[in-house]
Design a protein around this ligand. Structure first.
Ligand code: C2E
Ligand code: MG
Ligand code: MG
Ligand code: MG
Length: 292
């Protein structure tokens, strides 16, 4: 199966590099220093509508531009600070940085909604919504409805009462919410009723194997049906090939994100990418299966 897009010109860590860093963790002191030295950067991965060809947004993904080691993935530093106050500080930097980027893009003619990953721990901070308001107020040209927050389904379930309240408070000020890696938690109907999110992001593990594994296909079909019944949007992560996109369209899922559409890229590449991207020609005539 051919990749939809060629490899990008700039450096990115691929699966092999990911393997080589797996298990390795940077030190807490190093991470502290990196934050002060402004070595963290955000890359952005486009989210698209495969049917219309519209670029509907971009997800901010943190990397550490290490002076010696190069671009480091979040897996080598986020777990280190998970239960440390530094995680809250870094989380706030991510939101502020994404808002600044949205302003820059806007000034150059690109009006793009942005999703930011937040940890449950961040959401549980007493003043989270208040801080969020302050940050938004500092970026007056950003429409509040253009910011989306993603929280892992599994971590939202650890404290449904609290997290659902924060989600509600954020949505009151226009900020939307997504449940990330959906399908890896309990995905129960009751939780979905309590967590009033706008979007379900189907975990990439189901997409990866859906063409060979009928159970994963059934899960995908179920989650897509569920999202429709609950009137939530649904997006598939990990769309690596045109065939993935084709099957998702058949199942009724139009929104997608994945290496087959674009890898996460540095922000200056996004305006051009958004202009030239076209959906795969194989996707145009696919009609979704009827659910009646
Ligand atoms: P996520 O939010 O589920 O993001 C998707 C991850 O899958 C990203 O890895 C992305 O680069 C990768 N990915 C995208 N498309 C494909 C594909 O087609 N195939 C494969 N194999 N992978 C794909 P990344 O950037 O290494 O981030 C890993 C996780 O780290 C994220 O998963 C998210 O949970 C967390 N993360 C990243 N940035 C932040 C952040 O700023 N704050 C917080 N709290 N967490 C973050
Ligand atoms: Mg995410
Ligand atoms: Mg995810
Ligand atoms: Mg993930």
């Amino acid at each position: 199966q051919a990749k939809l897009a060629g490899k990008n010109r700039y450096h990115f860590f691929d699966a092999d590099e990911d393997r080589s860093v797996r298990g390795h963790h940077e030190s807490l002191e190093g991470i502290r220093h990196a934050l002060d030295a402004r070595e963290f950067v955000l890359h952005y991965q486009p989210k698209v509508n495969m049917r219309t060809g519209e670029v509907i947004g971009a997800e901010a993904l943190i990397r550490w531009q290490h002076p010696q080691k190069g671009l480091l993935p979040p897996a080598v530093f986020l777990p280190v600070i998970e239960d440390h106050p530094l995680a809250v500080e870094l989380g706030e930097w991510v939101i502020a940085s994404a808002l600044t980027q949205m302003e820059l893009w806007r000034a150059s003619g690109l009006d793009l909604p942005v999703s930011v990953n937040v940890s449950a721990r961040q959401l549980q901070e007493a003043n989270f919504v208040e801080r969020l308001r302050e940050l938004l107020a500092q970026h007056p040209s950003v429409k509040w409805g253009d910011l989306e927050l993603e929280v892992l389904e599994t971590s939202a379930l650890e404290d449904v009462a609290r997290i659902s309240q924060v989600i509600e408070d954020c949505r009151k000020i226009g900020v939307t919410f997504a449940l990330d890696d959906f399908g890896t938690g309990y995905s129960s109907l009751t939780y979905l009723k309590r967590l009033q999110v706008d979007l379900l992001k189907i975990d990439q593990s189901f997409v990866r194997d859906m063409l060979d594994d009928s159970d994963d296909l059934a899960i995908l079909d179920g989650v897509i049906g569920l999202s429709g019944a609950f009137r939530r949007q649904v997006i598939a992560e990990g769309v690596e090939t045109a065939a993935h996109g084709e099957m998702l369209l058949r199942l009724g899922c139009k929104l997608a994100q994945g290496y087959g559409i674009a890898r996460p890229m540095p922000p200056h590449e996004m305006p051009r990418w958004s202009k030239v991207w076209r959906p795969d020609p194989a996707w145009t005539d696919i009609s979704a299966v009827s659910r009646e």
